[in-house]
Write a protein that binds this ligand. Structure first.
Ligand code: PRX
Length: 656
C-alpha cells in the first residue's frame, strides 16, 4: 500500500461500469446524458446555470443578470434575492418533508438525536433570534468553534438566516490559530461549546476560546455563546459569556429568513496557501447555494429514501458544502457523527452505517488507508448492505485503496465517486456521476457539467494526452470563491496570475498537477506548490515554518512533506538552531509541541531534523526539492549546481 506513483497510475486500466440497476434510477443515468449536459453547459454556461437556478431554488426576487464576469471578479444572479437557510429549511416545511429526518446525529459516547426539518427549522430560528439579541446584525461576522454536534450546523444556518457571515474554525486548531482567524474576520461573536468528544477525550473548546480572546486580543468580539455538550466545569466570563440553553428560554421561534442579495457574503473559511498566513476564502450566497445543491443531487444521486453520511468535520469546506448546505437544500437526510475511529472502537464507522442504514458514505482516502490497516474483520462483522454509493475526497486515492473500498465496503455493488475540488471551488469539480460515468481506480474522471477543466503548461498552453501539467478551469462557475477576505490582490495573484491570461482568457489556477488520459479522464497528482496534505488536512509549509521560528531556539526552519502510508504525507522539519542551543531529543519534542500550540495537532511534525545549515541557492532560496528527497530518504537527484554550499548537502545526507 503506497501513495500513487506515476508508474502505478499509468498502468491503471481497470474500468468499472455504473451498475445497470443504479444507472436506471439515477438522476443522470447514462454517458450520453452526461455528455449532452456537458455540451449544453459548455455552449452556453449562463443559460445552463440560470435554468437550474430557476428550477431548483427559491428566490425572493429574480435576478437581472445571470453572470457578470470581470476577471477575476465574478457575480452570479446579479440582483437576485435569496436565503440559503430558507432553501435548506423553510421550503421543505410545506411538503411532506416537514416531518422527515433532516439531521441524524450520533455522539461519540453513543448518545444520539434526530431532528426533523420542522424541528431543525425551529432550532435555527431560535438560535438566530438569540444571535440578534446579542447584537449580531446583518453583515456582522460570527466565529464558530464547535465540536461535531447539531448546534454547529444550527449556528451556521442561523447566521445564514440573518445574513451574518460565519467563519467556522476547525475545533482541532489551537487557541493561537483561532485568534488569528477571529482577528482577520473581525468576528463580533463566537459560538463554541464547553467541550467536544474526540477519541475518548474531551477537547476543551471553551478554554481555547478564552485563551484566544484573552487580554482583548480580539477587540471585536463582544459575546461568546456557549453550547453545553460535555458538562465539565468551565469559566464563564460575566457579561461576555452566555449559555445557549439559558438565553433560548422564552425566545420566539419566529424569525423570517432575511432576503439576501445573491452576492452577499455567506461565509469566510480560512485555508492554507503556499505563502503567508491562511487566507480567508469568501463564498457568497446564490451561486454557492446552487452549486452545492446541484452537485449534491447529481453526484450523490440523492433520493428521499437515502441516509447520507459525510464523515468530514464542519470546520472544513467538505462539512460546509456536503454535510450542511448541499444535502439540506435538497431535503435529504444528512448524518453527523461526533467521533472518529479510535483504539477503543475501531469499527465505530461501520456501527453507525449499520445502526442508521446509511446508503451513501463519503470519506477521505486517509481514512480508507487507516481502515485497511485495522483489518477487514471490522467492516466484515457489520451489516453494510444498506450502502449503495461511496465517495472519497481530499487527496489522490491510490488504486489499491480504491479497490479495497470497492471490494470490502461497497461489496462490489456500489459505485465510487472520487471527487476533486477545493475550499476555493465551493463544491465538487471533477467527479464521476455515478449512474453515468464508468470509473477507473485513482481517477476523479470527468469534470462536472459547466466546469471547463483543462491541463496546461506554465504559459497556459494545453498539454498533450497523458502529459503532466497544471490543472486549470477556463470559465467561472457559480460556486467559485469571490475573493480573499480583505485581500483582493492576493486573490488575483494566487489564482489568476500564476498562469498569465492567454488570448484575453483568464485561467483559474488550482495549485494541483494533473494529466488527462486518452478518454479525457483527469488524474490529479497532488499539489505543485508548498502545500502539503497530512491525513487529508491542507497545511502550508510556511505556516509551520513560521510557527517553528517563533520558538527562541530556532534560527531557521524548512518544512517538507514525506510520503506516509496512511496519512499521505507527514511533516518533516529541518531546523537550524540559535548559537546557544544544542540538538537533543528533548528539544525536538519541545519544538513539536510548540507547533501544536501555535497551529494545532494536525500540524505536528512527525520528525525534526537538526542541521547546521539549510541547502540554499545562491540567491538565498531554500532548495526544498533537495529536502524532500532527503526527508524521503531518497537519493538526491536532478540539478544541484545552483546549490550555494555543496558541503551542506553532504552534511545533511550524513544525518545531521
Ligand atoms: O490537492 C487537492 C486535494 O485537496 C486540495 C484542496 O484542499 P482543501 O481546500 O482542504 O479541500 C479539500 C476538500 C475539498 C486540492 O487542491 N484534493 C481534494 N480532493 C482530491 C484532491 N486531490 C486528488 N483527488 C481528489 N479527489
Amino acid at each position: 500500500m503506497s501513495q500513487p506513483t506515476i508508474e502505478s497510475i499509468l498502468q491503471e486500466n481497470r474500468l468499472f461500469q455504473p451498475p445497470a440497476e443504479f444507472a436506471q434510477a439515477a438522476h443522470i443515468n447514462s454517458w450520453e446524458a452526461y455528455e449532452q449536459l456537458y455540451a449544453q453547459a459548455q455552449a452556453d454556461p449562463a443559460s445552463f446555470w440560470a435554468g437550474l437556478a430557476e428550477r431548483e431554488l427559491h428566490w425572493f426576487e429574480p435576478w437581472q443578470q445571470v453572470l457578470d464576469w470581470h476577471p477575476p471578479h465574478v457575480k452570479w444572479f446579479v440582483g437576485g434575492k435569496i436565503n440559503i437557510a430558507y432553501n435548506c429549511l423553510d421550503r421543505h416545511l410545506t411538503t411532506w418533508r416537514r416531518n422527515k429526518a433532516a439531521l441524524i446525529w450520533e455522539g461519540e459516547p453513543g448518545d444520539s438525536r434526530t431532528l426533523t426539518y420542522a424541528q431543525l427549522h425551529r432550532e435555527v430560528c431560535q438560535f438566530a433570534n438569540v444571535l440578534k439579541q446579542l447584537g449580531v446584525n446583518k453583515g456582522d461576522r460570527v466565529g464558530i468553534y464547535m465540536p461535531m454536534i447539531p448546534e454547529a450546523a444550527i449556528a451556521m444556518l442561523a447566521c445564514a438566516r440573518i445574513g451574518a457571515p460565519h467563519s467556522v474554525v476547525f475545533g482541532g486548531f489551537s487557541a493561537e490559530a483561532l485568534r488569528d482567524r477571529l482577528i482577520d474576520a473581525e468576528a463580533k461573536l463566537v459560538v463554541t461549546a464547553d467541550g467536544g468528544w474526540r477519541k475518548d477525550a474531551i477537547v476543551p473548546l471553551k478554554e481555547q476560546v478564552d485563551r484566544a480572546i484573552a487580554n482583548d486580543a480580539v477587540p471585536t468580539v463582544e459575546n461568546v455563546l456557549v453550547v453545553e455538550r460535555t458538562k465539565q466545569k468551565i469559566h464563564m466570563e460575566p457579561g461576555r459569556d452566555h449559555w445557549w440553553h439559558d438565553l433560548r428560554v422564552g425566545v420566539s421561534a419566529d424569525c423570517p429568513a432575511e432576503p439576501m442579495d445573491s452576492e452577499d457574503m455567506l461565509f469566510i473559511l480560512y485555508t492554507s496557501g503556499s505563502t503567508g498566513k491562511p487566507k480567508g476564502v469568501v463564498h457568497t450566497t446564490g451561486g454557492y447555494n446552487l452549486y452545492t445543491h446541484i452537485t449534491s443531487q447529481w453526484i450523490f444521486d440523492l433520493k428521499d429514501t437515502d441516509v447520507y453520511w459525510c464523515t468530514a468535520d464542519v470546520g472544513w469546506i467538505t462539512g460546509h458544502s456536503y454535510i450542511v448546505y448541499g444535502p439540506l437544500s435538497n431535503g435529504a437526510t444528512t448524518l453527523m457523527y461526533e467521533g472518529a475511529p479510535r483504539a477503543s472502537n475501531p469499527g465505530c464507522f461501520w456501527d453507525v452505517i449499520e445502526k442508521y442504514g446509511v446508503t451513501i458514505f463519503y470519506t477521505a482516502p486517509t481514512a480508507i488507508r487507516a481502515f485497511i490497516k485495522m483489518g477487514e474483520h471490522h467492516p466484515k462483522s457489520r451489516n453494510l448492505s444498506s450502502l449503495r454509493l461511496l465517495g472519497t475526497v481530499g487527496e489522490p486515492i491510490n488504486p489499491e485503496a480504491w479497490m479495497w473500498y470497492y471490494r470490502v465496503i461497497g461489496q462490489e455493488r456500489c459505485p465510487i465517486v472520487d471527487t476533486w475540488w477545493q475550499t476555493e471551488t465551493g463544491g465538487i469539480m471533477i467527479t464521476p456521476l455515478p449512474g453515468a460515468i464508468p470509473t477507473k481506480p485513482g481517477s476523479a474522471t470527468r469534470p462536472f457539467p459547466g466546469i471547463l477543466a483543462d491541463v496546461v503548461d506554465l504559459e497556459g498552453n494545453p498539454v498533450g494526452v497523458n502529459e503532466g501539467g497544471y490543472l486549470v478551469i477556463r470559465h467561472p462557475w457559480p460556486g467559485m470563491m469571490r475573493t480573499v477576505y480583505k485581500d483582493p490582490d492576493r486573490f488575483r495573484r494566487t489564482y489568476w496570475e500564476h498562469i498569465p491570461p492567454k488570448d484575453g482568457q483568464y485561467l483559474y489556477f488550482a495549485g494541483d498537477g494533473a494529466r488527462r488520459d486518452e478518454q479525457g479522464y483527469f488524474w490529479v497528482m497532488g499539489r505543485v506548490d508548498d502545500v502539503i496534505s497530512v491525513a487529508g488536512h491542507r497545511l502550508g509549509t510556511m505556516e509551520i515554518e513560521s510557527a517553528l521560528v517563533s520558538h527562541p531556539a530556532v534560527a531557521e526552519a524548512a518544512v517538507v512533506g514525506k510520503p506516509d502510508e496512511v496519512k499521505g504525507e507527514e511533516v518533516v522539519a529541518f531546523v537550524t538552531l540559535e548559537g546557544e542551543y544544542v540538538p537533543s531529543e528533548a528539544l525536538a519534542q519541545e519544538l513539536k509541541q510548540h507547533v501544536v500550540q501555535e497551529i494545532g495537532a494536525i500540524a505536528r511534525p512527525g520528525e525534526i531534523r537538526f542541521s547546521e545549515a539549510l541547502p540554499k541557492t545562491r540567491s538565498g532560496k531554500i532548495m526544498r526539492r533537495l529536502l524532500r528527497s532527503l526527508a524521503a530518504d531518497q537519493e538526491v537527484s536532478g540539478d544541484t549546481s545552483t546549490l550555494e554550499d555543496r558541503s551542506v548537502l553532504d552534511k545533511l545526507r550524513g544525518g545531521a
